[in-house]
Design a protein around this ligand. Structure first.
Ligand code: FES
Ligand code: FES
Length: 884
């Protein structure tokens, strides 16, 4: 060990360091400067750990402390505080560049180094300076704008006060800074791994390296003798059922006899430090005896296939959808296209790795102490119930920390089960903070779809029939399973009027990573097939893809593939708004193409359902002593902006200042179950329940004349009201797939302009324009932020990203979108009121995932005339298609 002198945020510190000690660990673990984040496994891939070292932006995970003697270190905490922020922090908040906020401190520090040297950087200089910093939420557009705005502040061309919206601008359609944005920009918002707990054990978990195997032997004797080790946790030590049941009881907290995918957890070592736990894990001896692997869902459906779960068949769900007579319509069609479309297993890729802290609180009233789970759940009450059963401990509470994005990955319990079981077994607080590689192993993935499609039209170009036989790879565990198939069927006909439909969704267990929610969850995969088939059919009919779509858009009074009659469908207006952009793009593409570089234009549409059957939400409001409103609703906000939505809806409805709206949304102790932050449902469902509660409160205030909590109680009325929002109930008919669908829809048209290098197969997206109608806008930055992030994610899904078990282990192998992939983005907004939405609005979070991938693939076809229907459309696949 050496003594190293560091000046950190202006204060001198003597640090003990050996030759391997990195600055990130000193800052986070020793100095508790948790504004410095870690996403990648200290490989220099994420930039979340960026700090200033002697004025230069440095990834602190790559910086050896022994080489820093006498250095001057500035972290995001040293720039400013929420009460006295730096101008760059102000700029990030005011530009709407802070969504989940996990990347924000690193981005801000990289921007600081740039602006110190160059106070007026252009876009390319910003992209270069921030090239090491990843963001999953924003699509980078608002981050570039934030750096530009910071430059204007620093050059005294404007001020935060001049930019910040004021109360007299109103609440609807105004981008008031999000409630937590400044805390995230200043590094004071606590994410799960930022919780330090005195005396906590740290965990290291052994996970299966085989896709299917019997656990033949486990020897932990040597590991248990290692320094600092408290013990080893196996399935036998889990008190409850050891099963995390979301819909089906099939996923163990820790595997007992068998592992079913690469990543299945076998045991956990608990020790006083992470390093000790990891060292001891190396000493564990486990023998796995390989069992046959089900890698292909088609093979897994064969009658003689081995059954993965003894209680459930491999074909675990099978839902047809029959509307009209598709076969008869096929016989008389003027044009038919048939194709196979496949989508990949993909990682949702939130920047923050998985994490849980489990701690104990004394409960004087109860028989047993309370186990508090701090994690990244988007459904705290449901997860609490799952954990109570699996772990056999009743007195438990879940607290949602700030979350570094999730995109569906946290719809199910992940690390909470092992952390909670260890806390109960060892009667100690526990931190389970896995790295990125392990997070990738343990989490659910986007389902792979394999679709056989036929689409047909009559001579005039009217769609007549659609076949889609979907085989969905569920992986090893069910999770939300059939919900994904349901959603794909409920939105199967996309934006169009298709009188005859014959489809089927089959969900199959395999030994692949388990599928679950992933932004859009089903419709992005199904719509990819439909929208590409639309271009194929337009081509066969000799029609322009734009006009072909216009002709076939569903009209109010017509039915979706579920038979549901739609009341509103403002898609033609979006198409008309897109028309001039499409015409321009087509002209420019023709002019810009060369023999080597071909320019292409692609369209996709999407109509995404929100407020599905059987949905319900609850929200309570309370009139405070000062006339403010407290909201109590378990409405997770992993970065979309739900906190701002709830705050602004309340301020608008009650005509009170934003500061008088108080949120209680993150703790099971003071909220009611309101369902997951998934399916783009929070604004529509919880916002709906909130408005229902506020209506009751407002009526009571008006009838009593009371304006404060004490006054309303003195007038004989309660100060607390509970609001509810429910949708139609009922399943799809098991034989026909006809039945209730969604109460509300958000619509989008996507236009992609790209170029393809015919020699290398490389695709460069140049520009994407999206036209969206999600009803009246509450917060323009939040809306456009969702769309921009969704475009970026949709392009990744179309062109690059894939999760391959055992190979995808970090952001590089995942091909995470960086600033180098950034393209121009434009958003066109229409605001058709939705009759049943809170203040006439609906949700939007997943919309951009639905039309983006097909628009990209259609643009590639438009550029070079080949179809790549097997995502991702990598350069290799495009080259192979071009070679014929
Ligand atoms: S933790 Fe340093 S770059 Fe990822
Ligand atoms: S805001 Fe950048 S990762 Fe979430």
């Amino acid at each position: 060990m050496e003594k190293i002198q560091l000046r950190i945020n202006g204060v001198e510190h003597a640090i003990d360091a050996d030759k391997n000690t990195v600055l990130l660990d000193v800052l986070r673990d020793q100095r508790r400067l948790t504004g410095v984040k870690q996403s990648c496994d200290q490989k220099g891939q994420c930039g979340a750990c960026t700090v200033l070292v002697n004025g230069k932006a440095v990834r602190s995970c790559l910086s050896r402390v022994v080489k820093l003697d006498g250095a001057d270190i500035i972290t995001v905490e040293g720039l400013g505080t929420p009460d006295n922020p730096h101008l760059i922090q102000e700029a990030f908040v005011l530009a709407g560049a802070v969504q989940c906020g996990f990347c924000t401190p690193g981005m801000i520090m990289a921007a600081k180094a740039l602006l110190d040297e160059n106070p007026n950087p252009d876009k390319e200089e910003i992209k270069k300076a921030l090239r090491h910093n990843l963001c999953r939420c924003t699509g980078y557009k608002k981050i570039i704008e934030a750096v530009q705005l910071a430059g204007r502040f620093l050059r005294s061309e404007t001020t935060p006060d001049a930019v910040r919206p004021t109360a007299d601008q109103g609440m609807m359609g105004v981008s008031h800074p999000r409630p937590s944005a400044m805390a995230k920009a200043c590094g004071t918002a606590k994410f799960t791994a930022d919780y330090a707990v005195e005396g906590a054990l740290e965990l290291s978990v052994l996970r299966s390296w085989m896709p299917h195997a019997r656990i033949a032997a486990v020897d932990t004797a040597e590991a248990e003798k290692m320094p600092g080790v408290a013990g080893v946790l196996t399935a036998a030590d889990v008190k409850g059922t050891n099963i995390l049941k979301y819909l089906v009881a099939d996923r163990p907290v820790l595997c007992r006899d068998e592992v079913r995918y690469v990543g299945d957890p076998i045991l956990a070592v608990a020790a006083e430090s992470r390093q000790q736990a990891a060292a001891a894990l190396e000493k564990v001896k486990v023998v796995l005896e390989p069992l046959p692997m089900l890698s292909d869902p088609h093979a897994a459906m064969a009658p003689d296939a081995l059954q993965l779960h003894s209680e459930f068949p491999n074909l675990c769900y099978n839902q047809p959808q029959i509307k009209g007579d598709a076969q008869a319509a096929l016989q008389t069609a003027a044009a038919v296209v048939a194709a196979r479309f496949q989508t990949q297993i993909n990682h949702q890729a939130p920047l923050e790795p998985e994490a849980t802290v489990a701690l104990w609180e004394k409960d004087e009233a109860g028989d047993e102490d309370q186990l508090v789970i701090i994690g990244r759940s988007i459904n705290i009450h449901y997860h609490l119930g799952m954990l109570q059963g699996a772990l056999g401990w009743e007195n438990m509470r879940y607290v949602e920390a700030f979350s570094g994005g999730q995109f569906g990955i946290k719809i199910d319990v992940i690390s909470e089960g092992i952390a909670g079981a260890a806390a109960i077994h060892f009667k100690r607080p526990v931190r389970y903070i896995p790295g990125l590689a392990e997070s990738m192993l343990m989490t659910s993935k986007r389902h792979a779809f394999d679709m056989q499609v036929k689409l047909a039209a009559d001579r005039q170009g009217n769609l007549t029939t659609f076949f889609n036989d979907m085989v969905v790879d569920n992986g090893a565990y069910y999770s939300i399973g059939h919900v994904v198939v349901y959603r794909a069927l409920q939105m199967l006909s996309g934006s169009y009027n298709i009188p005859n439909v014959n489809a089927r969704g089959r969900l199959v267990y395999t030994n692949n990573p388990w599928g679950s929610a992933a932004r859009g969850a089903g419709p992005p995969q199904a719509n990819f097939a439909l929208e590409c088939a639309m271009d194929m059919l337009a081509d066969k009919l000799g029609m322009d893809p734009f006009e072909f779509r216009m002709r076939n858009i569903l009209k109010p009074g017509q039915t979706k593939s579920t038979g549901q009659v739609v009341a509103e469908w403002p898609l033609p207006e979006l198409m008309e708004a897109m028309r001039p952009h499409y015409d321009r793009a087509v002209k420019e593409a023709a002019a810009a193409s060369t023999a080597k570089i071909k320019r292409g234009v692609g369209l996709g549409t999407g109509s995404f359902g929100i407020g599905g059957p059987n949905d319900a939400a609850v929200a309570a409001v309370e009139l405070d002593d000062d006339g403010g409103i407290s909201i109590f609703a378990a409405a997770a906000d992993p970065g979309e902006g739900n906190d701002a939505m709830l705050t602004q809806l309340t301020a608008e409805f009650m005509q009170i200042p934003l500061e008088k709206v108080r949120l209680n949304t993150r703790d099971t102790i003071n909220t009611a179950a309101s369902g997951p932050a998934a399916g783009s449902r929070i604004t529509y469902m919880i916002g709906g329940a909130l408005i229902n509660a506020l209506e009751q409160l407002k009526a009571a205030m008006q009838s009593t004349g009371a304006e404060t909590g004490p006054a309303i109680e003195a007038a004989g009325q309660p100060r607390r009201f509970v609001g509810r929002k429910k949708t139609e109930t009922g399943p799809l008919d098991p034989e026909t797939g006809q039945g209730p669908s969604f109460e509300s829809q958000v619509h989008a048209v996507q236009l992609v302009e790209l170029e393809v290098d015919t020699e290398t197969g490389q695709v460069r997206v140049l520009k994407m324009t999206t036209a969206v109608d999600a009803g009246p806008v509450i917060h323009p930055q939040n809306l456009t932020g969702q769309l921009e992030g969704g475009m970026d994610m949709g392009v990744g899904f179309a062109l690059r990203e894939e999760y391959i078990a055992g190979e995808t282990r970090d952001w590089k192998t995942f091909k995470f979108p960086t600033l180098a992939h950034h393209f121009d983005m434009d958003v066109i907004i229409r605001e058709t009121p939705r009759p049943n939405g809170p203040l006439k609005v609906t949700g939007v979070g997943e919309m951009c995932m639905v039309p983006t991938a097909p628009a990209v693939i259609n643009a590639i076809n438009n550029a070079v005339g080949v179809w790549v229907c097997d995502l991702p459309a990598t350069p290799e696949k495009i080259k192979a298609a071009l070679a014929g």
